[in-house]
Design a protein around this ligand. Sequence first.
Ligand code: ADP
Ligand code: MG
Length: 561
Amino acid sequence: MTTETFEFQVEARQLLQLMIHSVYSNKDVFLRELVSNASDALDKLRLEKLRDDSLDADVSDLHIRIDVDKDARTLTVRDNGIGMSYEEVGRLIGTIANSGTATFLKELREAQEGGDAEGLIGQFGVGFYSGFMVADEVTLVTRRAGESQGTRWTSRGESTYTLERADDAPQGTSVTLHLKPADPENQLHDYTSPWKIREIVKRYSDFITWPIRMVPETAGEGDAAPEPETLNSMKALWARSRDEVSDDEYHELYKHISHDWREPLETIRLQAEGTFEYQALLFVPAHAPHDLFTRDFQRGVQLYVKRVFIMDDCEALLPPYLRFVKGVVDAQDLSLNVSREILQQDRHIRMMQRRLTKKVLSTIKEIKAKDADRYATFWREFGTALKEGLVTDSENRDAILAVSSFATTHAAEPTTLAQYVERMKDGQDDIYYITGESRESIENSPHMEVFRDKGVEVLLLTDAVDEVWVDAVGEYEGKKLRSVAKGEIDLDGKSDEKADGEREKQAEEYAGLLGWMQEQLDEDIKEVRLSARLTVSPACVVSDSHDLTPALENMYRAMGQ
Ligand code: ADP
Ligand code: MG
């Protein structure tokens, strides 16, 4: 049988080098990654069989099995799940499709120069390749459910891997790690010890809903082979009561479903009883993913029906502006065959989405009330996404506004609208804001001069979505939201007659100049007029209150409108 040798894709090679030379101290997590992949593979097979009963696959005893061989120094993680075809092995294992990983590598190179690589490695899930932290050779044998021939993949983690056909492969995948030589100094890392394996599985993978089995050490020569024991409790965390589950257990579930190695910022539980029963376990991550604002961002939480995994990224369960929330929703009364299309139209799902949305928003409110630092982290990472809800979710607009905060001229930390209103000057009727690309550019804008002079607070809005929500929201507690760059600005309340008279006089005086300017600029502007808004700069461009702002104009133009 022919063996083909392939080069790893460049990014994959870099990641492998990192794993091989890893200084990352917590090597135990490689087992979590392999078990996580095996669990995904079992979920996928059960689902595929459910959709297509004619699939030639055995689903009678889906499980994960771990075998250690002390003499050969190997550790094998085996599943009888979906498996991979020859082509899939090359594509899924030989390359890194995930764009987040490419960004990670770039950050990592920069961190290495600064000497902080270890911290960063701990923050990213590196999946299958993490096996190379503990092994000097990895063999993967797999057969796709429904196919007759298997595939063997082998690599020493250097620049190449080999692929060959394997005729005898059972359904599913086995990954065998040829462990690096034992370190006599460090018995803690003896991955051929069943005790050690049991401990790691308990710690990281207890909630996995498939049995993880291991054959205990044989008592002696000639004894009957002992029965495998199941290492995990398999209890779905979302179905257990709060006081039965530790924070660590919740965090491990988060890591499994989010592929994030860091702890979440917040865990949210919800149990709905009654005619449409469901349980939800949601997580707010502590860091925004790199691709949160790209079109192909995979949003949504996992959907289970009566403990059976149905789909990843179920976008019907939360609105787009909460797309950063991860987690599991387990519904009792849906069909196992439910499709995305049906979910989009289902009345119960819509009610569920409303309830989950309110729960997430009230949790953010609690964080804000209780813990300023954690709220600041939340807002820094996800505020931009949340503000989209001010435009799209009028039902929850007030709740979103209550947890939104904005940079301002009058405080170092972002401020809420409520705080702004409290600070408003006597006689000030409106809430002023300015939009632009960066804080520096808008702080130096000529529009700001008169506000600075009079000490009037201005919100400094720099996200593209800001231009849209301020219009959608319009006012807060009866105070209009007003752009400093639009229309007439009158900060002295009712303009007194004396000032009016003076301006008229000035207008006469400068009529010649204004007329000449108007002529010169006629193509580009509507009107040239004297203004009270400038104190230092000689001139500035102002929009009518109803005109598009320059940034929005650019946005629409870019969209071809
Ligand atoms: P991730 O799990 O984040 O996608 P991994 O590096 O852990 O990344 O795995 C890469 C891909 O390889 C998986 O998405 C999956 O398609 C495939 N894969 C890995 N392990 C298995 C397995 N045991 N059975 C089937 N497919 C697997
Ligand atoms: Mg994985």
